[in-house]
Design a protein around this ligand. Structure first.
Ligand code: G16
Length: 543
């Protein structure tokens, strides 16, 4: 076995997006494409800086091939020890957990999250730092800079490693430990939640449906729910990860998890429904006949955090991404704690958690989590809800109604226009940006605009500044319209329009969400000319 130095030339467009580099599988399969990016990670870290690494992915098509390449490159860059999930499997939250628990210097996560998989689907790679969270922008910027100048990469010519057998093996001078992907994570969950109460809930006949969407959360949910907590067999459906997610789109929202929504609306619906995404970091919570918005889920978890043993001492603060509804802000105010508003991307929460400023974080994109790791965590959110249901003895529907009665309801929806022409989407955003100075103070279609800006964020911990993070139009009554271009799509551009309206009066807490937001939907269109500019008559996905 020898270490080879291979000449290469840069590929355009290897800039990491909201969460790492995500491209079509076919793009990743080009000779040198993955290698260039991995070399750029090692160049960024500096020779010898990363001695202990965690590697795993969501099991999608190309996962195993990519891991073999990464292992051979890690061995060529002086890595001494790598922990890899058995079969190449580690959910994104599990990577974060394993990095922290084993004191690794970092991790490489292979996933395109909720994007479809398979030979014609998407693949992705991101680097996580030693706190277990996604690398901050200064690191992803440096990785990108290296991808644009890289001239060679180093790789061992050793044969493929068997990833299916637990235990230790050697590649060059590097030790590879194939670990149980679930064990460390399950142990962490045991310490946070009242497993006895949840066990009692299931023993009392409580029924649940966890839809793993043929993705990586399957083994985690099966082991914890059915194995440890005594939920009946069959509680977890679509629980075996497949390379193409059963041909589906593993995004736990009411559109892509329609099967779960239908099951929860049926006359014999279980008491509780939940779904998770491709890499297990997103979640959707569903009651009988109603899906809980991620923004409400964050607010409800925050308002009830002390039911779970891991949060019994109370929470220090909450953080939410800017487009996430302001429901959590109301809870923070009632608790007398801070609520931080960050750009979209879990990486922005890391500093706040490391500095002890926040305990809970959430995003409208079906992401919720806490300081137990540095990624959002689908199974964690589901366990929190189970703990809450067990302790309170109420249904999801009752908990929602009680929360709105106390704090008011933030009607919330996101309209996505997927795979539109990138030039047209950019021009639309530029035109909106140009109008911003004149908007504040105007009253349009009955809406008095209080503030219109392009969101910029100064990290309170390290002072780093992120600009152009989404256009916000905020009304005097607190209603909001936000326009943003997605940073995770792989085809053209995806325009996201986020709509929010606050309603204090309980008599109006049961409106249809789209009807409640109609005035704002119309205003968004007239402000942006979105349909005209993109040629789309309606959104691709409404959540
Ligand atoms: C990623 C990020 C999230 C972000 C989401 C949507 O989630 O980790 O922080 O909210 O993308 O981003 P965008 O609106 O730019 O598409 P995931 O689950 O895809 O890793």
């Amino acid at each position: 076995m020898t270490i080879q130095t291979v000449a290469t030339t840069p590929f355009a467009g290897q800039r990491p997006g909201t969460s790492g580099l995500r491209k079509k599988v076919t793009e990743f399969q080009q000779p040198g494409y993955l290698e260039n990016f991995v070399e750029s990670i090692f160049l960024t870290l500096g020779e010898g800086a990363c001695r202990h690494l965690v590697v795993g992915g969501d099991g999608r098509y190309f996962n195993r091939d990519a891991i073999q390449t990464i292992l051979r490159m890690a061995a060529a860059h002086g890595v001494e020890r790598v922990l890899v999930g058995q079969g190449g499997i580690l959910s994104t939250p599990a990577v974060s957990c394993v990095i922290r628990k084993h004191g690794a210097q970092g991790g490489i996560v292979l996933s395109a999250s909720h994007n479809p998989g398979g030979p014609d689907g998407d693949f992705g790679i991101k680097y996580n730092i030693d706190n277990g969270g996604p690398a901050p922008e200064k690191i992803t910027d440096a990785i990108f800079a290296h991808t644009q100048t890289v001239t060679q990469y180093r790789i061992s010519d050793a044969p493929a490693v068997d990833l299916d057998v637990l235990g230790t093996t050697q590649l060059e001078n590097m030790v590879i430990e194939v670990i149980d992907p679930v064990a460390d994570y399950a142990e962490l969950m045991k310490g946070l939640f009242d497993f006895d109460a949840i066990r009692g809930l299931f023993a009392s006949g409580f029924r649940m449906r966890f839809d793993a969407m043929h993705a990586v959360a399957g083994p985690y949910a099966s082991t914890i729910l059915e194995g440890i907590l005594g939920a009946p067999a069959g509680t977890v459906v679509n629980g075996v990860p497949s390379e193409d997610f059963g041909g589906g789109h593993p995004d736990p929202n009411p559109v892509n998890a329609a099967e779960l929504i239908a099951a929860m609306a049926a006359p014999d619906a279980p008491d509780f429904g939940a779904a998770s995404d491709g890499d297990g970091d997103r979640n959707m919570i569903v009651g009988r006949g109603i899906a809980v918005t991620p923004s409400d889920s964050l607010a409800i978890i925050a308002a009830n955090a002390t039911v779970a043993p891991g949060y019994a001492g109370g929470i220090k603060g909450i953080a939410r991404s800017m487009p996430t509804s302001m429901a959590a802000d109301r809870v923070a105010e009632a608790l007398g704690i801070a609520c931080f508003e960050t750009p979209t991307g879990w990486k922005y929460f890391g500093n706040l958690m490391d500095a002890g400023l926040v305990t809970l974080c959430g995003e409208e994109s079906y992401g919720t989590g806490s300081f137990h790791i540095r990624e959002k965590d689908g199974v964690w959110a589901v366990l929190f809800w189970l703990n809450l249901l067990a302790v309170r003895g109420q249904t999801v529907e009752q908990l929602l109604a009680a929360h709105w009665a106390r704090f008011g309801r933030n009607y919330y929806s996101r309209h996505d226009y997927e795979a539109v022409d990138a030039g047209a989407a950019g021009a639309m955003m530029d035109a909106l940006r140009a109008r911003l100075p004149e908007l504040a103070g105007q009253t349009l279609a009955g809406h008095q605009i209080a503030l219109a800006d392009d969101f910029a964020y100064t990290d309170p911990v390290d002072g780093s500044i992120s600009t152009k993070q989404g256009i916000r139009v905020i009304m005097a009554d607190g209603s909001r319209i936000v326009f943003r271009l997605s940073g995770t799509g792989t085809e053209g551009a995806t325009v996201r329009v986020y709509l929010e309206r606050y309603e204090a009066d309980p008599a109006h807490h049961n409106l249809d969400t789209q009807a409640a937001l109609q005035g704002l939907i119309d205003l968004a269109e007239s402000l942006s000319d979105l349909r005209q500019r993109t040629g789309r008559s309606e959104p691709t996905v409404v959540t």
